[in-house]
Write a protein that binds this ligand. Sequence first.
Ligand code: 5GP
Length: 154
Amino acid sequence: MQTLLSAQRDAEEDRTMTAYDDQNIFAKILRDEIPSMRVYEDDDTLCFMDIMPRADGHCLVIPKTPCRNVLDASDAQLAAVMATVKKVANAAMAGLEADGITIQQFNEAPGGQEVFHLHFHILPRHEGVSLRAPGQMGDMEQIKAISEKISAAL
Ligand code: 5GP
């Protein structure tokens, strides 16, 4: 018979553990079902440009295996993703002559997440330049040119 405590635990898991949906846009990018501008990839991770850049060089790092966000990611997924974040962030510093890097990461809709495949935002920053508002489509040719500068510095 289920105790009150175990029923409570089940209810908590239901609230926190939403299933991974393999139709999310980043899963489609991983499967090459929709195009992306790839900056870097290895066996475990992919980095590609954000098409609505909040800063020049705004890119996203994702694991190649499924998880929604930090809450359900394995330690191995997080370690692999963070190693790529560090690698690309350093390349963006050098390739774009950035003065700093902002790293953002959101978990679940109330936490600001819109695409439910774990991702870290890398936002190269220049002194005195504010982030642009979210949700504005960028110029694809400009994004491509910037992505090549990051790739060249890897
Ligand atoms: P979140 O709020 O989930 O952390 O951010 C999702 C990010 O994905 C946003 O910065 C948004 O601009 C980006 N994004 C949404 N759709 C696409 C897409 O089709 N391709 C790419 N490259 N980025 C996308």
